[in-house]
Design a protein around this ligand. Structure first.
Ligand code: PAF
Length: 283
């Protein structure tokens, strides 16, 4: 296990691996690691010779200062967890100035509309922040492959678009969502849920599953209305959005098109904790 707080020693170490023909995998994280992250690390270790796990709570992707402040920071625990996963990982845990320099600001990106819907609509500037940090990490680490969870499916498609726009030679690997026994998607935010809300939040997964069943026979509009009504009658969660969208363009499904693939996307609040999830509907 090698831990780097500064980029230059990491670049030097990776350079020597690369010159001896080793492939590099990157798992970018914001820490507070859980089984979901470990599954990304496992997949990266299967597909690459050396794996870097970055741990950095990226300030520019938070639109809400309280959310940034409350985001769990558990570096020691994260390192211990990664040590159990594999002795030979490289951990990159820099501070903000090491990555950004003096000015901790986002670059602006045009992700051709992918950034305007759903999370982009409700979290102003979020994807500029994500694009900025991923571009910085890719520039430093120059991975052959980078691994992201499908829980943040919109983020995954935007990072694919980022690499296409910047013509970066990195393969973006999407990894399946890991769920708690109840079906709730694993997330660092789950730790902040009360035990009641943690149990009741399984409603999100159950609603997605029912939407998937309905998708065989009902229109997208019908299902959206049905989900909105379900949430109105459920006192434990507040729905922010539910959308059925084309997997590639993330545009709302107005009429189902033959051959197109669709996903349902959801964001809901349990108290002040924002949860997101998604599910493929027709594959
Ligand atoms: O998904 C996350 O944890 C973050 O958005 C990421 C990709 C690590 C960028 O900060």
């Amino acid at each position: 296990m090698q831990i780097f707080k500064e980029k230059q020693p990491l670049i030097t170490t990776l350079g020597s691996y690369k010159s001896s023909g080793k492939t590099i995998g990157l798992v970018p994280t914001m820490g507070a690691l859980h089984e979901g992250h470990l599954s990304l690390v496992k997949q990266a270790l299967e597909e690459c010779d050396k794996v870097v796990v970055s741990i950095f709570v990226n300030p520019t992707q938070f639109d809400n200062p309280q959310d940034l402040e409350k985001y769990p920071r558990t570096l020691e625990q994260d390192i211990a967890l990664l040590k159990q996963a594999h002795e030979d990982l490289l951990i990159f845990a820099p501070n903000a100035n090491e990555l950004y320099g003096e000015k901790i600001i986002s670059e602006h990106f045009d992700f051709q509309g992918l950034e305007k819907v759903m999370e982009g609509k409700y979290r102003t500037g979020h994807f500029d922040g994500v694009g900025t940090i991923i571009k910085l990490l890719f520039t430093i680490i120059q991975p052959d492959k980078a691994f992201f969870g499908e829980k943040d499916f919109q983020q995954l498609q935007i990072i694919r678009k980022l690499t296409e726009i910047l013509k970066l030679p990195v393969e973006i690997v999407g990894c399946p969502i890991l769920r708690e026994d109840s079906g709730l998607a694993r997330s660092s935010r789950n730790e902040r849920l009360s035990s009641l809300h943690r149990e009741k939040a399984a409603f999100i997964y159950n609603t997605l599953k029912k939407s998937r069943q309905l998708f065989g026979t009902k229109s997208a509009d019908y299902i959206v209305k049905w989900v909105e009504d379900e949430f109105k009658n459920y006192p434990y969660l507040e729905l922010e959005y539910f959308e059925i969208a084309d997997t590639q363009t993330l545009k709302k499904a107005e009429q189902k098109k033959k051959g197109a693939q669709y996903r349902a996307f959801i964001a809901a609040y349990a108290d002040d904790i924002r949860l997101i999830d998604n599910m493929p509907l027709n594959n």
